[in-house]
Design a protein around this ligand. Structure first.
Ligand code: ADP
Ligand code: ZN
Ligand code: MG
Length: 648
């Protein structure tokens, strides 16, 4: 295994989250609406409980009185005649007689209706004839409560119905909310992120500062007759700070800032995405001057194609609405639309026409100074050891994105906390870089001594070959402590921060990649399975050199990559070359790789003793770095260089 910084296909940071770390399910501007809905639901539930309690209470209270024995009609009449009844009370509401007789208390119901009336008359007559003291209880409470028996259930029913309706609505995402944009309006000062939290992307910041200034005082710009761009597209690899920049604009802007993620517009139902866009733009127009931010624009802005894939209709409707909305802002200078994407190549060309996203701001991987700045931003407020050298760390992290660097600092802080240290030291930061690139060390992974020896030779081979043929990269560390899948690692830094590579430099890298396999073969006489990753990477690099970079004389400066087909709008993913050319590519790739392997083998054969001593040392100490490593790898080279310098 061999490491050199990280290319742009590095870690992607996390899944797709809305701006400000919210999951997109929680529709931000629906937030307030959600809160009121929650409150309503809580009220309804409480009301339902109260109503049920009241109903039960009423039922208990209107329960007819039934003290003592229930007398039969004939018993009652004969008891009256026998003078056994001592008193009687007519409970009007209960339609009963109650009272005492010689055996205690009694009650008897006469019921309602005509029949009840007759019974009542008869009983009353009997009581009068026998001169039983009879009182009337009008039962005013029961009379008052009576209607509630019918009213309360009605209310209970209505309450429950509304509750069920609301819960169905919220579980389907709110039918009524479907058309609403659900954008989040960020209030000024709400996010504390400012341009100070962004480093290494100065050009982009400059551009955005201009926009902020314009929106604060549009008159100044308009009086100059200047047309300020209404759409700005932030373009760059993942993790380089596009979303962060937008958050900083939101934090700095003194105008309303609406943000939404492109994936929020992608719905199953045709027309919903378009309605959201319409709603978002309407809100922004009402709040003008304002900024609208659409993150992950490629989710909506993908090029329209003829293919009849399901879901196309919805996407096209949404995209068309987006285009219409952008055109609307052109005539209306108060609204600026920001968008971010890491796939500008898949965007519909119509989006990039003048008047729409006509200004592109590149948010690229940070250079050395940028990385120092980003490390500084993320180390702010963390306890750092005096010996920390961020410059050196930045040098080691060529190809890291801002998100990767943030992860490095965070990982180092975690390590420091886990190990009970009071400050973050340089060695922790280095360890964090290595962990991020290759995974944590697996010290207790058991290896047979012969495997260990093979790995030591493999890594020594990479290091030695690289030291001899590759002047652009400096080996900084060799290790045979396994991490992740790989048995050992060789780490490099670029001597100089470069964006371009010559064919010779790339070939030198191919040779270093082959150094591992070559050393193994010298040592054991046989190829092993340990070089798979190296071979894959070398093959990919060789193919790129030939098919994309025009570095093969036989093929010439012709691009044979799929990017060309995309550029031409082809929708079929077919290789854009003939079978004859395919054969030439194969032989050219083979030749490059074979030449690299041969050179690596020669280099090592000539330095067999050096290879042996590095490998033996590595077996002994497991990790070589710093002066010790330089002494083994670079001593005679620097001697030679010095000698050359003297004679020249
Ligand atoms: P993307 O370009 O993919 O939208 P983000 O803006 O989401 O990247 O960056 C992810 C995280 O990485 C940020 O929250 C921040 O912590 C860190 N980061 C990325 N770029 C920078 C930068 N230029 N300066 C400071 N921090 C950065
Ligand atoms: Zn290797
Ligand atoms: Mg982003």
């Amino acid at each position: 295994m061999l490491f050199r910084g990280r290319n742009s296909k590095g870690l992607n940071t996390g899944g797709r989250r809305g701006l400000f770390g919210r999951r997109r399910k929680e529709r931000p501007s629906g937030q307030a609406a959600n809160a009121t809905q929650r409150r309503t639901v809580r009220l309804l539930v409480a009301g339902l409980l109260l109503l049920i309690i009241a109903f039960v209470l009423v039922l208990v209270l209107v329960q007819p009185a039934s003290p003592g024995d229930q007398l039969r009609y004939d018993e009652f009449l004969s008891d009256i005649r026998a003078n056994r009844i001592e008193s009687a009370t007519i409970s009007v509401q209960d339609q009963r007689f109650t009272g005492t007789y010689d055996a205690g208390q009694y009650w008897i119901s006469y019921g309602g209706g005509v029949q009840g009336n007759v019974l009542f008359q008869n009983m009353l007559q009997g009581l009068q004839t026998a001169r039983v003291p009879t009182t009337i209880d009008q039962q005013p409470l029961k009379t008052a409560l009576q209607p509630l028996i019918y009213v309360l259930p009605t209310f209970i029913f209505i309450d429950a119905f509304v509750l069920v309706f609301l819960s169905i609505r919220s579980s389907t995402g709110g039918l009524a909310q479907f058309g609403q944009s659900g954008s989040r309006r960020v209030k000024h000062g709400e996010t504390r992120i400012t341009f100070k939290d962004v480093a290494g992307v100065d050009e982009a910041v400059e551009e955005l500062v201009e926009i902020r200034d314009y929106l604060e005082a549009p008159a100044r710009f308009l009086s100059m007759g200047a047309r300020v761009p209404s759409g700005i597209l932030l373009v760059g690899p993942p993790g380089c700070g596009k979303t962060l920049l937008a958050r900083a604009v939101a934090g700095e802007a003194r105008v309303p800032f609406f943000s939404m993620s492109g994936s929020d517009f992608v719905e199953i139902f045709v027309g919903v995405g378009a309605a959201r866009i319409r709603d978002l733009f309407r809100e922004a127009r009402l709040a003008s001057p304002a900024i609208v931010f659409i993150d992950e624009l490629d989710a909506v802005g993908r090029g329209r194609t003829q293919s009849a894939v399901s879901g196309q209709d919805e996407r096209e409707a949404t995209l068309n609405q987006l285009l219409v909305g952008l055109d609307g802002f052109e005539s209306e200078p108060g609204v600026v639309v920001l968008a971010a994407t890491n796939r500008p190549d898949v965007l519909d060309p119509a989006l990039l026409r003048p008047g729409r996203f006509d200004r592109r701001v590149y948010v690229d991987l940070p250079d050395l100074n940028g990385r120092v700045g980003i490390l500084n931003v993320h180390c702010r407020g963390k306890p750092l050891d005096d010996g920390v050298n961020l410059q050196a760390l930045a040098k080691r992290t060529a190809g890291f994105s801002g998100a990767d660097l943030a992860a490095v600092v965070n990982e180092a802080a975690l390590l420091a906390a886990r190990r009970g240290q009071t400050a973050i030291s340089q060695s922790l930061l280095s360890e964090a870089v290595e962990r991020l690139m290759a995974g944590p060390e697996r010290k207790n992974r058991l290896l047979s001594p012969s495997d260990k020896e093979l790995i030591a030779y493999h890594e020594s081979g990479h290091a030695l070959v690289s030291a001899v043929v590759n002047a652009d990269d400096r080996v900084t560390k060799i290790s045979i402590v396994s991490r992740g899948r790989a048995g050992g690692h060789t780490w490099f830094v670029q001597e100089e921060e470069r964006r371009l590579a010559t064919k010779a430099q790339m070939s030198a890298r191919l040779t270093s990649l082959m150094g591992g396999r070559a050393a193994e073969q010298l040592f054991s006489g046989e190829p092993t399975s340990g070089a798979q990753d190296d071979i894959e990477r070398a093959t990919a690099m060789a193919r790129r050199m030939i098919c994309e970079l025009g570095m093969s004389d036989k093929i010439g400066p012709v691009s044979l990559s799929l990017a060309v087909s995309r550029l031409l709008g082809d929708t079929e993913f077919l290789a854009p070359y003939s079978p004859d050319i395919a054969a030439v590519i194969d032989s050219e790739v083979h030749q490059l790789l074979e030449a690299a392997r041969q050179e690596a083998t020669e280099v090592l054969e000539q330095r067999r003793s050096a290879l042996d001593s590095i490998a033996q040392k590595l077996l002994e100490v497991e990790t070589l770095e710093g002066d010790e490593l330089d002494a083994l790898l670079y001593k005679d080279r620097s001697d030679r260089e010095r000698a050359a310098g003297v004679t020249a």
